[in-house]
Design a protein around this ligand. Structure first.
Ligand code: SF4
Length: 448
């Protein structure tokens, strides 16, 4: 999902400094005559590589010397004083992700159709994006320079794909030699420096499940609270993953994993007071088992990885119903439309929407949409495409369509297959709204 959170690496040329992309009028940056396109090269004699460096090197400093390469090629040296905490009013270019050098057997990049958008093929492995957005890294390619930076700038928390603490299995899964796969030294260094680590396991049947998984979970739990949690998420295969080493995740496998991990959770909880190892929602949904209660997830440490997202949604949907109850239901009563979502989540949403309809007289219909673009066992809403939505045309009822907001790029109304939201609306002949829950509530409360 993170290909939407970052700017694609369009160039390998690393320019010096960090480029300013916008300057707020009347801000300190504006007073210094900084402009979009200028690059800040150094702060107080220290090199700036990106906006995190700028933030770190200016933090708490009131007297500063900036070395700037103006967009016209001039070099400026600016001396300035600023009030404590005074903002520069500068926006910077996005971080261009560093790429990984692994050949993971389950890498999602191998599951893309050949004509997928270039950003889907970015194999990012970047501790900065881990800190900023929760992207996972394997720590296999991290350089000494980055290690030092991570510790010095306290880029905490970090999200680390461990997959297995058995070194043979880890090396096999990452497609690299054991020496590179061994991150025990790096991990210890992070933990000793007080960097909080969240671990991830992508569970591949027959490879890192069973005893390998048990060892992984208990090895990681031995580092609690320095390692705060481990998310166990299932392998996802599209129709383009043809690697014979991979076995699809079945409902039966999911049921076995739930039983196995529940027993571990009980043991760990008795010792640590928390579940620590948390299963991805997809595993419960595929198994046809109940999603655990809110308390199971603690403070939802890896919700962005789909761990506890469904429970959190159910909780937020209850708030939506209360809001609608509070703010009146006259407008809601007239609402007749279709909500399109992935096949995995549709049964959960159908139940919730059924209650909403009963309570308010609305006529909302939830329709599951198959993922024809990726195929395989891809069934989550966030990976549906515009063409998939068009395939549901015959099932659309009412005056509008709602789709989950995460189907769109974070900063543009475009879907994974390049179709724009307005094109989908035009083709379906009804307005299509890409919404989160708050937005859905507002739509339902709006006058027709
Ligand atoms: S670390 Fe593995 S899964 Fe992640 S991008 Fe690299 S090869 Fe793909």
């Amino acid at each position: 999902m993170y290909e939407f959170a970052v700017t694609p690496a369009v160039t390998n040329i690393r320019r010096r400094g960090v480029e300013i992309s916008d300057v707020t009028p009347d801000s300190l940056g504006d007073e210094m005559e900084l402009e979009a396109g200028d690059r800040i090269i150094k702060v107080n004699g220290r090199t700036v590589r990106d906006y995190l460096d700028f933030r770190f090197q200016t933090a708490g400093e009131t007297e500063l010397v900036l070395e700037v390469r103006k967009k016209n090629g001039e070099d400026w040296e600016l001396e300035l004083e600023r009030g404590e905490g005074e903002d520069f009013g500068l926006t910077f270019e996005a971080i261009v992700p560093r790429q990984c050098a692994n050949e993971c057997i389950f890498c999602f990049c191998n599951g893309n159709p050949a004509d997928a958008r270039p950003s889907l093929f970015i194999k990012d492995e970047d501790i900065r994006l881990s800190f900023l957005y929760g992207n996972y890294t394997t720590l296999t390619s991290i350089s000494e320079d980055e290690m030092r930076r991570l510790v010095e700038q306290r880029l905490s928390p970090q999200y680390v794909s461990v997959h297995a603490t058995d070194l043979d299995v880890r090396a096999y899964m990452l497609g690299i030699d054991k020496e590179r796969a061994d991150i025990s030294g790096k991990l210890s260094r992070l933990l000793e420096a007080g960097i909080e680590v969240h671990a991830q396991v992508v569970l591949c049947p027959g490879i890192n499940d069973g005893e390998v998984l048990r060892k992984t979970v208990f090895d990681l739990a031995a580092e609690y609270p320095r390692i705060t949690s481990v998310a166990i998420v299932p392998l996802g295969l599209t129709r383009y993953n043809t690697d014979a080493r991979l076995t699809p995740v079945t409902p039966e496998f999911c049921r076995e994993v739930i039983d196995h991990v529940s027993a571990m959770q009980q043991e760990i909880k008795a010792r640590l007071g928390i579940n620590f190892a948390l299963l991805g929602d997809e595993i419960y949904l595929r198994a046809g088992r109940q999603i655990p209660a809110t308390s199971h997830y603690g403070d939802y440490p890896q919700i962005e990885d789909g761990v506890g997202m469904v429970r959190s949604f159910i909780r937020d949907f209850a708030k939506l119903r209360k809001r609608i109850e509070r703010e009146g239901s006259t407008n809601v009563k007239r609402k007749h439309g279709t909500i399109l979502t992935g096949t995995l989540f549709a049964p959960v949403l159908q139940k919730l929407v059924h209650k909403l309809n009963e309570q308010n007289g609305s006529r909302l219909v939830v329709e599951p949409v198959e993922n024809g673009y990726f195929g395989g066992d891809v069934s989550v809403a966030g990976l549906l495409t515009g063409r998939d939505l068009l395939g549901a045309r015959d099932r659309i009822k009412g005056e509008f369509v709602v789709i989950p907001r995460q189907m769109l790029k974070s900063d543009d109304e475009i879907m994974l297959d390049g179709m724009r939201l307005n094109e989908v609306s035009q083709s379906l002949g009804v307005p299509v709204h890409a919404l989160n829950l708050d937005m859905l509530a507002s739509l339902l409360l709006q006058k027709n």
